[in-house]
Design a protein around this ligand. Structure first.
Ligand code: HEM
Length: 591
């Protein structure tokens, strides 16, 4: 009985607890429903999207990751969605708590946004600030368009002048490329007809080239590798003729290693949900990156001090006089420092050659220059896979650089820069297109805007596809009345591709023939946004195209890129910051 009261005491509990549990369940259910609803993507009214994705907490996120896993890149998913939705404008949901991103799959409208609707309606994407502000806070790439951005670009303006490019940067690019060629001559001899990977060599060569042209001295990365391989005897036990040879790698010079490490760390930011915080912690807390940053700062400061010493007494620099430039300037840094000292003298202010601004802007040439490497890698792959294109390209070089051919000399930087090479230009443009070097361009809306008849709110990220309808797939129909006025006015400015063979690598799509059967390169033959467009288009485009020209011409002049077996010739991209191939092999014959 003693248990009774206890039992009796417990009796009401189950009654209460059922009610309580019922209530709790209801609260949890309703609460859960409300929280879920709050977390679900919030579509922008009127802009097309796939309904199923708006009902998932992660929106399109998991599908995009699955696509990336299968295809090695992510933006093909967006091209596929444009076709599936049959919509030249649509939205996707990328971040669990973030706003939708709007995607444009129409080249004329994209061009209009970048070229004519900057910066009142659209401006530099904020995402780029998240990525770059820890490493290079004063790099103008990520700044909104305005006075600060303008003054930074002005500081560097001389580095893109024809005089500087032909007299200073070009010869530096040529010298560094020849170092890479010497390395490949050694490799070609050791490989005895077998293929080998060029990914690392090209990455380092492009980095060395841009470093030398920016700072005026070589880091020595190419040389240490050549020295190591030259010292090796003939290779015993070479693999089968179709299998790749691996070469030992020399240790990179410390400053070279530091620059690459700082650059590669950006990759982590791209993949992070909180890129700004991620990169701030990486650069400030990871000991190897902290050390890399302080070494980079020390070296750049040291070089700037040398330039100050050189230019503080020189007051007779004539900026447009090529001889004068050739005499004084060895690099982009010389140019920037000399200009800063001169401007300060003129304006009666103290010069600031060691400012963070100058250091960041100069170092950031290195970051931007990475894309040059990507373009060269894709180009060499296309030329290997399309032997007919390679033969026609070499023929054009031999025809146009006759003097070098007849004397057995290597064409100089200025000969290469000045040669009229329409087929070469077409090959480059087609490599940019088919290598999908710039898969999308991106802008942020600055106020509520109308795109193709749809209302898009302020602060929306707008992605413009370069890999979808109109480029590799038939264009989607757009009612002319829905276009902006300026877009309607640009109707005949850019050509459209024949639907047949849109996906094929075919440089001749960029060529036109006149009545006298003269071939010329037509940059407006079809959509072309690899360097962006408008005021925020690529600042270094002329530099990039000169560097690529010097590299590719010298490689094709010195080597034949022989066919390689299928597995090594794969065109599958590798997941990463840029659209790069998973592998790049060549089988070289020295010419
Ligand atoms: C094949 C090589 C290259 C490609 C494909 C490329 C592509 C691009 C693209 C797509 C943009 C953004 C354009 C836009 O949003 O409208 C850009 C911006 C920029 N690029 Fe390049 N680039 C290359 C090489 C270079 C080089 C070699 C340099 C410097 C030496 C450079 C410096 C810059 C800078 C400073 C910006 C930012 C411009 C601004 O915001 O005002 N780029 N580039």
């Amino acid at each position: 009985m003693a248990a009774l009261p206890a039992f009796g005491g417990l009796l009401p509990f189950p009654t209460l607890s059922f009610q309580f549990l019922g209530l709790l369940t209801a609260i949890l259910f309703v609460g859960g429903y409300l929280v879920r609803r709050a977390l679900l993507p919030k579509p922008i009214p009127g802009v097309p999207y796939r309904k199923a994705n708006a009902e998932k907490l992660l929106g399109n996120g998991l599908e995009m990751l699955a696509w990336k896993k299968e295809h090695g890149e992510m933006f093909g998913y967006l091209a596929k969605m444009a076709v599936e939705l049959n919509a030249p404008i649509f939205q996707i949901f990328v971040h669990p708590f973030g706003k939708p991103w709007v995607v444009i799959a129409d080249n004329r409208e994209s061009n209009d946004i970048m070229a004519r609707r900057t910066s009142r309606d659209f401006d530099r994407s904020r995402f780029l600030g998240d990525l770059l502000s820890s490493l290079s806070p004063e790099f103008h790439f990520h700044m909104p368009t305005g006075e600060r951005w303008k003054s930074h670009r002005k500081l560097l303006a001389d580095t893109m002048s024809p005089a500087f490019l032909s007299e200073v940067a070009g010869p530096q690019m040529w010298k560094s490329t020849m170092k890479a060629i010497e390395l490949w001559q050694v490799k070609e001899r050791l490989a005895e007809g077998r293929p080998f990977s060029i990914t690392e060599d090209l990455r380092k060569a492009a980095y060395e080239i841009i470093w030398t042209a920016t700072f005026g001295f070589e880091t020595g990365a190419m040389k240490v590798q050549s020295d190591l391989l030259s010292s090796l005897p003939k290779f015993e036990n070479l693999p089968h003729i179709d299998q790749a040879v691996d070469f030992p790698a020399a240790t990179d010079p410390p400053i070279f290693k530091a620059g690459l490490a700082l650059n590669d760390a950006l990759q982590g930011g791209i993949q992070s949900l909180v890129p700004r915080l991620h990169l701030f912690l990486a650069y400030n807390a990871v000991p190897s990156l902290r050390a890399a940053r302080s070494l980079k700062n020390r070296v750049i400061e040291g070089e700037i001090k040398k330039a100050i010493e050189k230019f503080s007494t020189k007051t007779d620099v004539k900026w447009e006089d090529q001889n004068n430039l050739r005499r004084y300037m060895k690099s982009a840094m010389d140019m920037v420092i000399a200009r800063e000292l001169q401007s300060a003298r003129k304006e009666g202010r103290a010069p600031e050659p060691l400012s963070r601004i100058i250091q960041d802007e100069l170092f950031s040439f290195m970051l931007a220059g990475n894309e040059v490497y990507t373009l060269v890698v894709w180009t060499l792959k296309f030329l290997t896979a399309h032997q007919d294109v390679q033969a026609r390209l070499r023929q054009e070089l031999h025809d146009q650089l006759k003097q070098a051919l007849e004397t057995g000399a290597t064409p100089t930087a200025s000969e290469i820069g000045a040669a009229k090479l329409p087929y070469f230009d077409a090959v480059m443009e087609e490599s940019l297109r088919c290598g999908e070097i710039t898969q999308t361009n991106i802008r942020t809306t600055q106020r509520d805007v109308i795109i193709l008849g749809h209302h898009v709110p302020k602060d929306t990220e707008v992605l413009m596809l370069n890999n979808g309808p109109g480029v590799f797939l038939p264009p989607l129909h757009v009612d002319e009345g829905l276009r902006s006025e300026t877009s309607r006015g640009a109707v005949d400015k850019i050509g459209e591709w024949d639907l047949k063979g849109m996906r094929d690598f075919d440089p001749s799509r960029w060529l036109v023939e006149d009545d006298q059967e003269q071939i010329s390169f037509n940059p407006s033959a079809g959509p072309r946004h690899s360097f962006g467009a408008g005021p925020r288009g690529c600042f270094g485009r002329k530099w990039a195209m000169l560097e690529v020209r010097i590299m590719v011409v010298l490689i094709i002049w010195k080597f034949r890129l022989e066919e390689i077996p299928e597995p090594l010739g794969s065109f599958k991209p590798k997941p990463g910051l840029a659209h790069r191939p998973e592998m790049a092999f060549v089988r070289l014959t020295a010419l």
